[in-house]
Design a protein around this ligand. Structure first.
Ligand code: GLA
Length: 716
């Protein structure tokens, strides 16, 4: 055994947890520590006794998939990376430390850099890999992960993935135990991969997620890893589990994550740098609430545009009218939106198309001129109507797509992304190839020309309503067609970045048939996302519960609709816990419904700053445990706390007591309570009362209770 070199351990302190890597005497990097004490790890034997930090195909573990697999220019299949350089610097944005570990192949001129960027304020670690080489010709990357941590886990370790049936089933909470072998939690489809699976994972590495004496999930205790792949394309988290021969001994779990390389071997030219997706991850010792707080803080600090700006109250016409409207109808809705107190009126799909008007989703997409039959005066009268009523105008676009029945397709059939077969239609539309520079210019200009025809517009909803079904690009040579999966993301991000830069004051909503593109990478150019087309409040409570582990409510658009025909008060109470908006036909509501909406808007105006910016604490889970009929959580910002309780279905367990956490100490609190059926009732609560907890107040399915709590007299 080579002599130990204790001072060559590279320690990454991520803030409350960390990891340590060290090179073995012969060069490759090994993982010496990971977890709460991971940055304090020492070693007293050579590092080669520890697991590889980032396994490549080098013969040391031929039985498990490597994180990086390369066919070198001369056809060699193995890669053996050794540490060449360690560079530590303060991060450019002042957030923490940027550590770059440069490794090189022993034989080939191939460099693999590991980038680790710490954020001590949140505890989130950003980690990614960059690959560059100077071999004699292109190399082919068969797999290219960004992280590959190694853990010893008991049999009953658990994870939560968010994979569902596709459209309208985003963020389905699904708990599992790592199975022996490789479990790939991947998403495909290229353009709207997150409709099937969010690129996020929760993992309880020390056993099952914590539960209380009654078996209900505990939110603020336990070791939980949260992980998010910041990638707007196919991504994966793969769990490679190998048991030990000794009964009961912990198994070896390798978590690999990054862009999904399935069907996407990447041909990389000499001198071209391939920057792999960032995986943002955190190891919380405060359970899932700890993961939530970390991701919210990090998202605000590093991802969100205008993070401190309160998001507007949006009234959308989509579910009210679909494609069937005219100027009179829209002005009527604008009137009602303004009367109610909306900040933005958003005109959805259906406003464009001249030779092939967009009366349904079969035609017109790509032709971004106003349909003068529906809107004879163009968009001007609508922007005027909003301006006159003191609200903002927003508009829907889908720049990346085209209906074959359109002038755009007649003029540029060659712009469509395809292979040699006839491209397949999906929602009667085709996908424009973003690898073509002229397509990217066109897409940037879709937003520009729309804004020119609707001056004063300050909000845009950007949609993308089909996956990639015919991967390929005429811009790529035959041996690089599969690069399209990876390169499309960068090309699309280029378009999004240009749009964001050209219109810095315009707010942008990201939508892809709902939450098909909800990731921390794409979100950098947007202010919020459309969480799901599924707005049934019962489904939404569960989706938003899951989604809010990774994304703050400020970006999680939630609108009151008639989906599921639920009571308006319940639907409103659910939307109030996200970025609140309304998408019902405001011209056909009853007086009683109007009263509910008015109260909801007032409540939003009083509380959305807390909801959007505050710290979330969860009490009653609607997605795990034996009884999933209820949900309760609170959000605290400074002195102010709001609490949400929902009864979704009939319960099978005794009603819980909500023991609030995070309230400032005070002698008395002012408590306002409402279910939106009537005005909020104001009471005073003295110190101690709230500590004993709030008795569960609901017994009827589809009911909700909202509280606003604030100290009236501080404890000296
Ligand atoms: C997608 C979006 C919807 C709506 C329609 C318009 O389905 O998710 O919100 O904008 O497109 O066609």
């Amino acid at each position: 055994m080579a002599e130990a070199r204790p001072d060559d351990v590279i320690r990454i302190d991520a803030g409350g947890w960390g990891l340590s890597w060290a090179p073995s005497a012969d060069g490759p990097l090994h993982q010496v520590g990971l977890g709460p004490a991971g940055a304090a790890a020492t070693r007293d034997v050579d590092a080669h006794w520890y697991p590889r930090a980032f396994p490549t195909l080098d013969g040391t573990d031929p039985f498990r998939p490597p994180a990086l697999q390369v066919i070198h220019a001369d056809g060699t299949l193995s890669t053996r990376l050794v540490l060449d350089d360690v560079d530590r610097s303060d991060a450019a944005d002042g957030s923490g430390e940027h550590v770059v570990l440069t490794t090189v192949d022993e034989l080939f001129d191939l460099t693999v850099e590991h980038h680790l960027l710490t954020h001590p304020d949140s505890g989130v670690l950003e980690q990614w890999v960059e690959v560059v080489h100077a071999e004699d010709g292109p190399v082919t990357l068969l797999s290219y992960d960004s992280i590959a941590p190694f853990l010893m886990v008991p049999d009953d370790a658990e994870y939560v993935q968010f994979g569902g049936a596709g459209w309208a089933d985003e963020w389905r909470w699904s708990t599992g135990r790592p199975a022996i072998g490789t479990t790939v939690l991947g998403s495909l489809g290229g353009v709207q991969p997150h409709l099937q699976r969010s690129p996020c994972l929760l993992l309880s590495p020390t056993g099952p997620f914590d539960v209380d004496a009654g078996g209900a999930p505990v939110q603020d205790r336990g070791e939980v890893i949260g992980l998010s792949v910041a990638w707007g394309g196919n991504s994966h988290v793969s769990l490679d589990l190998r048991p030990r021969a000794e009964p009961g001994a912990p198994g070896e779990l390798r978590v690999r994550s990054g862009a999904h390389a399935l069907g996407a071997p990447y041909r990389l030219d000499p001198g071209t740098r391939m920057v792999l997706p960032t995986v943002a991850w955190v190891w919380s010792s405060a359970g899932r609430d700890g993961v939530t707080e970390a991701f919210h803080r990090w998202s605000r600090a590093r991802v969100l545009r205008d993070a401190d700006r309160r998001r507007p109250l949006v009234v959308n016409n989509w579910e009210a009218t679909y494609f069937d409207f005219d100027e009179h109808r829209i002005v009527g809705l604008i009137d009602r939106a303004a009367e109610l107190g909306a900040d933005v009126f958003l005109l959805d799909d259906g406003w464009f198309g001249t030779t092939r008007p967009r009366d349904d989703d079969t035609q017109g997409l790509g032709d971004w001129d106003v349909d003068r039959r529906k809107l004879p005066g163009g968009l001007g009268p609508l922007t005027d109507a909003t301006a006159e009523r003191g609200i903002r105008f927003g508009i829907w676009v889908e720049p990346e797509m085209v209906n074959p029945l359109s002038d755009l397709y007649d003029d540029h059939p060659e712009w469509v992304a395809r292979d040699v077969r006839e491209p397949r239609e999906h929602r009667q539309q085709l996908y424009l190839d973003p690898l073509r520079p002229e397509v990217r210019d066109f897409e940037v200009d879709v937003v520009g020309r729309t804004l020119r025809s609707a001056p004063g517009t300050s909000y845009v909803k950007w949609d993308a309503n089909r996956p990639v079904t015919d991967p390929g690009s005429a811009t790529l040579p035959a041996d690089r067609q599969a690069n399209v999966w990876f390169d499309q993301v960068g090309a699309t991000w280029d378009v999004m970045a240009r749009v964001a830069a050209a219109h810095p004051d315009m707010e942008l909503m990201l939508c892809a048939s709902g939450g098909g593109r909800v990731d921390h990478g794409s979100l950098r150019w947007f202010h919020e996302f459309w969480t799901s087309d599924n707005t049934d409040p019962v489904a939404r409570v569960r989706m938003q519960w899951a989604c809010s582990h990774f994304f703050p409510a400020a970006v999680m658009a939630a609108h009151v609709t008639r989906w599921g025909e639920r009571p308006m008060a319940f639907a409103s109470a659910v939307a109030l816990s996200g970025r609140f908006g309304i998408d019902v036909d405001l011209e056909s509501t009853t007086r009683a419904e109007d009263d509910v909406l008015r109260r909801a808007v007032e409540w939003a105006q009083r509380t959305q700053d807390v909801v959007q910016q505050g710290t979330v604490r969860r009490y009653v889970s609607p997605v795990d445990g034996a009884d999933r009929s209820r949900a309760a959580f609170s959000v605290t910002l400074g002195d102010r706390t709001v609490v949400f309780a929902y009864q979704l279905e009939a319960s099978t367990s005794t009603p819980p007591v909500i023991r609030l956490r995070g309230l400032p100490r005070a002698d008395t609190y002012r408590v306002r309570t409402t279910d939106l059926h009537g005005p909020a009732e104001e009471t005073t609560s003295v110190a101690g009362e709230l500590d004993r907890g709030i008795e569960w107040p609901l017994d009827r399915p589809l009911s909700a209770r909202l509280w606003e709590i604030e100290p009236t007299r501080q404890t000296a």
